[in-house]
Design a binder for this molecule. Structure first.
Ligand code: CUA
Length: 429
């Protein structure tokens, strides 16, 4: 750039009368479009971040757990500073664009604005400013990370295992620090898993008000555990054990999703957390550790027999009534399918996408009267038709890839077989 650079052509200044008619048409069209965009844009934006309580289960601005509150405390800071930067940078860009607008007909090389490449002061300025900004932002961020890592006294340890496409929860009932039976686990004969530990599927049941110390892992590929109202996301990675925690403040139901694409049914790998008052949770916990009882009615007995023949190569029911053959050991230890010992105590099945009982709110909502949770199997009506449809053709209802991943279809089962199986499942409470 030389000293005698001529004036730039400013917006609206020096514009010749040669503006092409095409440009005018384009501009009037843009103007006509501008009104609906101006109306619809903010409306969509508002809809996406609505604060409405029940209809927006993914809303992270409704923390109901200590960890989620901790994260929410830094939201205004990070979002505020980022917002100021966004407005400043976008404003500057728009201002420069409009200020230096030149029309094709008027463009001459000498119209170019002064070039600032290599301006030392500017270079130093826009290196230091973001560095300072990031350093400031790092303070609350790192403090929050530390706060999220902290463990309160007497937390409840639970291992979370991601699977294609459901979640398994292991309770360290004997307090040995391990969640699996290890070498001495008795997978033959009477018990299909370490009887000192408790393995459940689809529903994580915890005491309200007590911190739950999670160890998150995966058995196949990478998933991510996310219950927006309780805490942020944490990846479930095979072979790695990630610490995380949740502390639901009140009894209730909290829903979540797998937040890492994990194949066909990633969107159908839901999370249900049920927080119960401490004494009710204790009752639940003790009941879950009892083996399944012998069914009393004929249909359920027939169902149990079918279960042992057809389902027990993948699913476990911890009971003295089923003699697991030795060659079932491999698949059972792999834990490829949900443990069904207390199937009828849960509200959901199939990766928490379907309600097990009729009349319950949609599994994907926070609505559930948890005061009746322990009596569900006595008071609610099982969705027999839904369960039969699921058992006979699971991949038809949820994308899966059996035999490698997910539950296969059982086209050979008759209506009677299905009725008996469901009758058996109904006794598992
Ligand atoms: Cu598991 Cu996405």
């Amino acid at each position: 750039m030389t000293e005698n650079t001529p004036q730039r052509t400013w917006c609206g200044r020096g514009r010749s009368a040669t503006v092409a008619p095409a440009m005018r048409t384009l501009r009037s069209r843009a103007r006509r479009l501008a009104t609906p965009v101006a109306l619809v844009g903010p409306a969509l934006l508002l809809a996406s971040c609505g604060m409405d309580d029940e209809s927006k289960p993914m809303n992270v601005f409704r923390p109901q757990g200590e960890e989620a509150h901790t994260i929410n405390q830094i939201h205004p800071w990070i979002f505020g500073i980022a917002g100021v930067v966004f407005v400043a940078v976008t404003g500057a860009v728009l201002w420069l664009v409009f200020k230096n607008r030149v029309h094709g007909d008027d463009l001459h090389p000498e119209d170019l604005p002064p070039q600032i490449h290599g301006n030392t002061r500017l270079e130093i300025g826009w290196t230091i400013a973001p560095a300072v900004l990031l350093a400031v932002l790092a303070v609350p961020t790192v403090a929050t990370l530390w706060a999220l890592e902290s463990r309160e006294e007497d937390p409840l340890p639970v291992m979370v295992v991601g699977q294609q496409w459901w979640w398994e929860y292991r309770y360290d009932t004997d307090g040995d620090g391990f969640f699996e039976g290890g070498a001495d686990a008795d997978v033959h004969g009477t018990s299909a898993f370490d009887e000192d530990d408790l393995v459940v599927a689809n529903e994580l049941v915890v005491p309200a008000g007590r911190q739950v110390d999670l160890t998150i892992t995966s058995r196949d590929i990478i998933h991510s555990f996310w219950v927006p109202r309780l805490n942020g996301k944490r990846d479930a990675v095979p072979g790695r054990y990630h610490p995380w925690s949740i502390t639901p403040e009140e009894p209730g139901k909290y829903v979540g999703w797998c937040a890492e694409f994990c194949g066909l049914s990633h969107a159908r790998m839901r999370i249900t957390v049920i927080a119960l008052p401490e004494d009710e949770w204790q009752e639940w916990y003790e009941n879950q550790q009892r083996p399944a009882e012998t069914p009393t009615d004929a249909a359920a007995l027939a169902g149990q027999e079918l279960f042992a023949a057809q389902c027990a190569s993948c699913h476990v029911v911890d009971t003295p009534n089923i003699e697991y053959p030795d060659d079932f050991q491999a698949t059972q230890v792999a834990g490829v399918a949900p443990n069904l010992t207390k199937f009828a105590t849960r509200t959901t099945y199939a990766g928490a996408i379907y309600s097990q009982y009729r009349g319950l709110a949609e599994p994907n909502s926070h609505e559930l009267d948890v005061s009746g949770y322990l009596d569900l199997s006595q008071t609610a009506t099982l969705d027999v038709a839904g369960l039969k449809a699921w058992i006979s053709d699971a991949p038809g209802q949820k994308e899966m890839a059996p035999p490698d991943r997910g539950m296969p279809a059982f086209p050979g089962l008759t209506e009677d077989d299905l009725d008996n199986l469901v009758a058996y499942l109904a006794t598992l409470d």
